[in-house]
Design a protein around this ligand. Sequence first.
Ligand SMILES: NC(=O)c1ccc[n+]([C@@H]2O[C@H](COP(=O)([O-])OP(=O)(O)OC[C@H]3O[C@@H](n4cnc5c(N)ncnc54)[C@H](O)[C@@H]3O)[C@@H](O)[C@H]2O)c1
Length: 335
Amino acid sequence: MKVLITGAAGFIGSSVAYKLLENGVTVVGVDNHNDYYDPSIKQARVDRLASHPNYTHCRIDLADRKALHDCFVAHKPNRVINLAAQAGVRYSIENPLAYIESNIVGFAHILEECRHNGVEHLVYASSSSVYGGNTAMPFSVHHNVDHPLSLYAASKKSNELMAHSYSHLYQLPTTGLRFFTVYGPWGRPDMSLFKFTKAILAGEPIQVFNHGKHRRDFTYIDDIVDGVIKVLARAPEPDPEWRSDQPDPGTSHAPWRIYNIGNNNPVELMDFISILEKRLDKKAVIEFLPLQPGDIPESKADVSDLEANFQYRPNTRVEDGIDRFVEWYRAYFNA
Ligand SMILES: NC(=O)c1ccc[n+]([C@@H]2O[C@H](COP(=O)([O-])OP(=O)(O)OC[C@H]3O[C@@H](n4cnc5c(N)ncnc54)[C@H](O)[C@@H]3O)[C@@H](O)[C@H]2O)c1
């Protein structure tokens, strides 16, 4: 099997690619190495992959249609995992157009290439942020999600809709995965665990939004990787129970599905910080700030569909996940 992974220099993409290579799969990685955060960590992730003989890297932008087309034609992947995106809720408030270019135009190019190159299954990243203004917990794929609070969330919901049209029109099997706050080794420098660790070790203050009242379904990277790989192995089929007069938002008459991948066990942000303080053996200096525009105060994933269809659910405790992150961070930065 040959799998093309976009966002292969990213946190989740490189972790999925690494595991697939370990499993004997041939991987083609695509990434533009943009400077949204320090590109040196992206290069280091790719260096780790490139030491494997079954890995090929294509440094291209999804918005560059010809380069992406040439990559698909040259490598002819059987399956595709789209993890490239402009990520981050807060950045989308300042730089909305970056999200249109990578997440909408880029994703449209991916759909076209999958359609024209006989790809058997496209798995792509969506996000818990699509739940937007919803407060019914846990968040379920069977709930309506038409009230995004940021353009980032709107771009992810748009991906789900765009994928549906291709699954319906061209019978392209597609599965969207709504990830819930992913953390762990090789993580993203713009996300809380990374930023908090760096600041606490440097004795600098950490900014804690919503006055620390956030509750998040923090999900460990290995659980995400296992989920993506399990889902990739089985393309969705049309759901015979789906009814057009009572349309269920989570399934379809087309080969299209959406799943949540989250820990189903939210943790208070202040508890998360105190576990980190213990692991670092150092107290944080905390600057409390209000809820930021675009942020959702709470997330909890209903993972019953994932469990029913793949006999799988994330289960890493945050204590263990933070331990493994700190161990990696100290080794990587020699800190
Ligand atoms: N990390 C999380 O908590 C989380 C939560 C929900 C959803 N997601 C989604 O999961 C996916 C992976 O996230 P991540 O945390 O690994 O982010 P990341 O930023 O580390 O990885 C994304 C990668 O995509 C690349 N990229 C961006 N735009 C591109 C373009 N136009 N062409 C080619 N490459 C491009 C970037 O250089 C980066 O290496 C993203 O779609 C993200 O929106 C992540």
